[in-house]
Design a binder for this molecule. Structure first.
Ligand code: HEM
Length: 508
């Protein structure tokens, strides 16, 4: 640590400080390093997954490099899956923004970072999320996705109302039977049905494919993401060998994927036909079909799978006082005795509900890692220094550090339920510029020429509906929360149905 500090000050002494960035910050050499090929990436992987965990991995390297938040590090999985694990990590709100600027970063093949899953997992096609914004195929595919999301938006509230009722009827049955019940397993099952019902209509996967539909979808996700997973298998050396050393052979998931694809071919037939009519010849039907499978299962279902347990986790931690405030706000708009699904217009009138959802997305962006290659030689600025990056270098952002940055968010490391409700409109807009879970600012809009999530408004709507439906139905609830690397496991231990005394309808 001391030697690094000395190196930095001698660089400065050598005259580097005289070079200034466009906004007047001193240009420094990017600190950190990659160590010895093969061995250092391997050691860094073990630190990242097992000896330190992601947060500590980055925090300790920031501390080791005199507080610098732009650093050279190796990112997992490393050998033998990644050909090259070297990245420039951007770990504060300001430098992170480079990754959201499509004129500065090329996102071709960077969705999963330093490795690329086999195309055999996608019917031989490269899905939209792996294409760079400047690729003409990106525009053609994104157009379809944007149109689809807009056309299906009005299905979100009724479909979510049904999914919510199914989830919490089961939670209550589980509580009655055994005194506790895990939320995640219901979320996994119901949100796959919800995703397909919202985007395509028709019979849900659990009816057509059967009870194993969500497990098949999950298995396909695992085949793509296992190099980034951890804490699933014991002991850890075995897990490291199995998950992080070689790619699972795609043929082992071929049959499940074929079944899922057949389901999508049927349920999304109308979308495929409309796309052909709207833009004849732009995208071959088979390529669009595989893209719709990726959209439904990876982008949307995968997103809800990580997002909703985090949201419920923060509600649990908020305790009875926050619950009472939320119940008051929700029931002032939607009385507890109405049986109909809550609408998007209704949640629009609930500032605390909206704030809680943005705050959960700020604290735990469901996709925490963003990558992109520098399109040209450029200068990246952090809050107090600037760094030169060469064309082609891989830039990486660990989003939870960017969105908890105290330079932007006061008490950035704390969940502040009314952060976005108790401020002026102008201040809220300023803060929302830095809520970037959708791969773009919350104030931004997905477009053919950018990489922002076209399901952004749908995802936010689902979060709001989850909070509103919870506090129409319950006065309060309690649960155990077990933090896991990807999603927390939330196990309900009690729920208190809305009562007349607690603003509600008197139903127990
Ligand atoms: C909670 C739910 C969701 C989360 C957390 C989420 C998150 C994200 C993120 C972080 C990206 C950017 C990935 C990257 O390049 O690094 C993305 C892209 C994308 N999302 Fe979402 N998303 C969600 C829901 C949806 C839904 C409902 C749809 C369906 C319309 C959707 C469709 C897409 C598509 C097509 C892309 C690729 C965009 C492009 O490459 O230009 N997402 N999403």
């Amino acid at each position: 640590m001391a030697s690094n500090k000395r190196a930095n000050s001698s660089d400065v002494a050598a005259g580097e400080q005289q070079k200034l960035s466009p906004s007047g910050l001193p240009i420094r050499k990017i600190p950190g390093g990659y160590g010895v090929p093969f061995f250092s990436p391997l050691r860094d992987r073990l630190d990242y997954f097992y000896f330190q965990g992601a947060d500590e991995f980055f925090r300790s390297r920031i501390a080791r490099n005199g507080g610098a938040t732009v650093l050279r590090v190796n990112m997992p999985p490393g050998p033998l899956i990644s050909g090259d694990s070297r990245v420039v990590a951007l770990l504060d709100a300001r430098s992170f923004r480079v990754l959201l600027d499509d004129s500065r970063v090329d996102k071709a093949g960077t969705l999963d970072g330093t490795y690329m899953p086999s195309l055999a997992l996608f019917g031989g096609h490269l899905p939209l999320a792996f294409l760079d914004a400047a690729d003409p195929r990106h525009a053609a595919l994104k157009r379809v996705m944007i149109r689809l999301a807009a056309a299906r938006m009005h299905h979100v509230a009724p479909a979510f109302g049904a999914a919510f009722t199914a989830m919490f009827d089961r939670v209550e049955a589980g509580l009655k039977a055994s005194g506790s019940d895990e939320f995640n397993k219901h979320n996994d099952r119901q949100m796959l049905d919800f995703t397909c019902a919202t985007l395509f209509g028709g019979a849900p996967p659990s009816k057509v494919i059967g009870d194993g539909a969500a497990a098949k979808a999950y298995k396909w996700l695992v085949f793509q993401l296992h190099p980034l997973a951890s804490k699933a298998i014991k002991p850890w050396p075995l897990e490291d060998l199995l998950l992080h050393t070689f790619r699972f052979p795609p043929f082992l998931v071929r049959r499940d994927y074929a079944e899922l694809t057949a389901y999508f071919a049927d349920v999304a037939a109308g979308v495929l036909e409309d796309a052909e009519k709207a833009d004849p010849g732009a995208i071959p039907r088979d390529e669009l079909l595989h893209n719709l499978v990726f959209l439904g299962i990876f982008n949307a279902y995968g997103g809800y799978k990580f997002f909703l347990p985090h949201l419920v986790k923060w509600l649990v931690r908020g305790g009875p006082e926050l619950h009472a405030r939320l119940a008051g706000e929700v029931r002032a708009v939607v009385p507890a005795d109405t049986a109909k699904a809550i609408t998007l217009a209704a949640v629009e009138k609930m500032p605390l509900v909206k704030s809680v959802v943005w705050e959960a997305l700020r604290m735990n962006p469901p996709v925490g890692f963003q990558y992109g290659r520098a399109r040209r030689d450029m200068v990246v600025e952090s809050h107090n220094a600037a760094y030169e990056v060469k064309k082609g270098e891989m830039l990486f952002g660990y989003q939870p550090l960017a969105t908890r940055d105290e330079h932007v968010f006061k008490r950035g490391g704390e969940f502040v339920a009314d952060r976005f409700a108790s401020c002026s409109d102008g201040e809220r807009q300023r803060l929302l510029e830095h809520v970037v879970w959708s791969n773009g600012p919350e104030t931004g809009v997905a477009a053919e020429g950018n990489k922002q999530c076209p399901g952004k408004d749908m995802a936010v709507a689902v979060g709001r509906l989850m909070v509103a439906e919870l506090f129409r139905r319950y006065d309060t609830f309690a649960a155990r929360v077990e933090e896991q690397p990807v999603e927390p496991v939330v196990t309900f231990t009690s729920v208190t149905r809305a009562t007349a005394a607690g603003h509600g309808d008197g139903k127990a």
